[in-house]
Design a protein. Structure first.
Length: 81
């Protein structure tokens, strides 16, 4: 009877650790993406910069997990005068 409970706990733990590693991977990918986009935008002509800024915003809002988006909003709100 105990083995059923142990299996449930261990699968919940492995799911949690899988989610954590997925989240960390998403953060790393997002950071890499942002660095790459900054370089592109820096070297672009002004007419393309605006388009890339919009694409960057769209990309970030669609690929980053909601918890990170909320955190970013909170940080931005704190930075406002």
């Amino acid at each position: 009877m105990h083995s059923g409970a142990d299996t449930k706990n261990s699968s919940a733990f492995s799911l949690r650790s899988a989610l954590t590693s997925l989240q960390n991977s998403a953060i790393r990918q997002g950071t890499k993406l942002m660095k790459g986009l900054k370089v592109l935008v820096h070297h672009a002509d002004p007419s393309q910069q605006r388009r890339w800024q919009e694409e960057k915003l769209l990309c970030v809002t669609t690929s980053i997990p909601p918890c990170l988006t909320r955190t970013a909003k909170n940080v931005n709100a704190l930075g406002d005068p």
